[in-house]
Design a protein around this ligand. Structure first.
Ligand SMILES: NC(=O)c1ccc[n+]([C@@H]2O[C@H](COP(=O)([O-])OP(=O)(O)OC[C@H]3O[C@@H](n4cnc5c(N)ncnc54)[C@H](OP(=O)(O)O)[C@@H]3O)[C@@H](O)[C@H]2O)c1
Length: 296
């Protein structure tokens, strides 16, 4: 693949899921990548270096280190770390704000912020409103910027939202009513869309792209996994009270409300034609039925 970019693209979060996918896509385009890392000796940082990624050591609370790492780059991608408490939400806002300010200081020509679906407005979900505020800060900064706003990661079905195998049946349980469609995207496609915007091979005339690769109800998701496993499948809607913290409760409440929001899957596919739907993600990841057979 070719790229229109000759300069370096800086990536914050490159050792993580989304930033890692952005690096993968940028390297596929033969772009030069500089990863902003706090620990250059970590296995993940070293794996990036082994693939030709330049490592710039930063501390999120050290503005000079951030501005130095962003010097002379042509584009800058950043995400903000997961927050599971209000304290972590505050830290997320501090990091996002510091990264925007450093990009201004360094005069970065083009920024892509990895926000979240619905962050165009306040939603009452603390770790989504944090991204709304970072978006606002970025918008006011005067930088040329695009927001990518992912919905729930399909990868959650391989971890925190994994279906189980019980008595020869695939069972999916989520704190979501069964008639509500969950909007979702693969992390791979978050990376591909962000990279296309960074490399200017795609445009977002509205200044933001809502990242949706599929939207399915709980029973439809369960059926997709059941079909892959060749087993019957069932969905059980759980109450919000099963969730460990108030942030997640607010988020799942908002998932149900956001089901009414229109999703423009065509916009994402116009940027990344191979955007995975859930069935394709299940196939692409080689998902197989879990072995934790409960009670049988
Ligand atoms: N899960 C979902 O379905 C979903 C959907 C939409 C949006 N989101 C949002 O996505 C974000 C998480 O993205 P992800 O899953 O890609 O994250 P991740 O895999 O946990 O990676 C986090 C990255 O941030 C870096 N990092 C964390 N704290 C740092 C600090 N203080 N200084 C420097 N680097 C730091 C980590 O570096 P180290 O390697 O040094 O730790 C790592 O590279 C959250 O904001 C979440 O709200 C999640």
């Amino acid at each position: 693949m070719s790229t229109q970019t000759t300069g370096t693209i800086a990536v914050f979060g490159a050792t993580g899921q989304q930033g890692g996918a952005v690096v993968d896509a940028l390297l596929d385009h033969k772009a030069r990548v500089r990863a902003l890392v706090r620990n250059p000796q970590s296995d993940r940082a070293q794996a990036l270096a082994a693939r030709g990624v330049e490592l710039a050591v930063i501390r999120a609370d050290d503005p000079a280190s951030l501005a130095a790492a962003l010097a002379t780059v042509e584009g800058f991608y950043f995400m903000t770390p997961e927050a599971n408490s209000l304290e972590e939400v505050e830290a997320e806002i501090r990091i996002g704000t510091a990264l925007v300010d450093a990009a201004v200081e360094a005069g970065v020509p083009h920024v892509v912020f990895n926000s979240v679906f619905g962050a165009d407005r306040e939603s009452g979900v603390p770790h989504h409103d944090s991204k709304h505020w970072i978006e606002e800060h970025l918008r006011k900064s005067g930088l040329r910027a695009v927001m990518v706003r992912p919905t729930a990661f399909m990868e959650n079905f391989a971890s925190v939202m994994a279906p189980s195998l019980e008595h020869g049946e695939i069972v999916l349980r989520l704190p979501l009513p069964e008639d509500v469609a969950l909007k979702m995207i693969s992390v791979r496609d978050v990376g591909r869309v962000a990279a296309a915007l960074l490399l200017d091979t795609a445009e977002a005339p509205s200044g933001a792209v809502e990242l949706v690769g599929d939207e399915l109800t709980g029973p439809q998701i369960a059926a997709a996994f059941g079909a892959r496993a060749g087993l019957p499948a069932r969905y059980e809607a759980l109450p919000l009270s099963v969730l460990p913290n108030d942030l997640d409760k607010a988020m799942f409440r908002q998932f149900a409300e956001a089901a009414e929001d229109p999703s423009d899957l065509a916009v994402v596919r116009s940027i990344e034609p191979a955007t995975l739907d859930l069935v394709e993600w299940i196939r692409a990841t080689g998902w197989t039925a879990p072995t934790n057979v409960a009670g049988s």
